[in-house]
Design a protein around this ligand. Structure first.
Ligand SMILES: [Zn+2]
Length: 289
């Protein structure tokens, strides 16, 4: 992603990994392969790898620099976790990208994970002398006040068998006193705040940035692929509540379409950023380069 400037706020990206990933029919249970192919032929070529019939997916962190704060939005998969395929890629590029962005761990004031899935909160912690500790020693980590307990409850019910994401990525933050449990529309500062977009996971939020009349939204996993702008009802196999996820996508698309708002979904490959246009009962995702 090229550097994006929203008023006084500068946004860059640290890429952990990107490339061909899954076939649309393996990701979206409602996918009709012929319809999918038709849409892919019209989309920005960067989102698809026709040779392997796989969608291109990126794992990345957004670095948000405001005049007041250094903020990370989503922290990838992290290191030393023995992540299952396809998340077992080398972790060095994220660390190299972090340093190339001119950042130090102690320069981060806030970490906001759009939700607490394995690929969004990994670098929250690092393994030091056999213990998981917060990677960013001065940061407040903003977790949703209902999402964190929801994963605790899921574990108690036996619905979250490995529980590694909570144990490795979240609990050490809580124990270090660095967790900030926030409500639906929590403001990190006057230019950066949250807004709820439920469905993919319990109580997930997008991050809104507004400065000097310009606006962007980091959507996390509200969408995984540009195909979902053409087919907003195609929820993924990873959605907590597929119907709610589809309704959130439609509501969100309607709210940003034709407004000039820049949209930044975490899993979309470079250039990532786009503006959304209404097109009947679906949307067009128009890359910003
Ligand atoms: Zn994700």
């Amino acid at each position: 992603m090229q550097t994006l400037t929203i008023g006084d706020v500068i946004i860059t990206s640290i890429i952990e990994c990107d490339g061909p990933w899954r076939r649309p029919r393996d990701m979206f249970p409602a996918c009709d392969p012929d319809i999918g192919q038709r849409h892919l032929a019209e989309l920005d070529p960067v989102v698809d790898d026709p040779a392997s019939d796989r969608m291109v997916i990126t794992y990345q962190t957004f670095v948000v620099r405001t005049p007041k704060h250094g903020i990370l939005v989503d922290t990838g998969t992290g290191d030393d976790r023995g992540c299952p395929a396809p998340m077992d890629f080398p972790k060095r590029p994220w660390l190299d990208g972090f340093r190339a962005a001119g950042l130090q761990f102690d320069a981060i004031d806030y970490v906001r994970c759009t939700h607490l899935h394995i690929d969004h909160c990994g670098w929250n912690t690092i393994l030091r002398n056999g213990r998981w500790v917060p990677t960013f020693p001065k940061a407040k980590y903003v977790f949703h006040e209902r999402e964190y307990p929801a994963w605790e409850e899921a574990t108690k019910r036996g619905d979250n068998p490995s529980d590694n994401v909570r144990l490795y990525n979240c609990l050490p933050i809580v124990e270090a006193g660095q967790a900030l449990l926030a409500d639906d529309d929590y403001s990190l500062e006057a230019t950066v705040w949250l807004t709820p977009t439920v469905g993919h996971s319990p109580s997930r939020c997008c991050v809104i940035i507004k400065s000097r009349g310009q606006r962007s939204v980091m959507t996390g996993d509200l969408m995984h692929h540009a195909l979902q702008c053409r087919e907003p009802d195609w929820s993924t196999i990873f959605d907590w509540d597929a119907k709610e996820a589809a309704a959130s996508r439609r509501r969100f698309g309607g709210s940003v379409a034709d407004t000039g708002t820049v949209v930044q979904p975490i899993h979309f490959p470079n250039p990532t950023t786009a503006r959304v246009r209404a097109d009947g009962n679906r949307f067009r995702y128009e890359s910003v380069r």
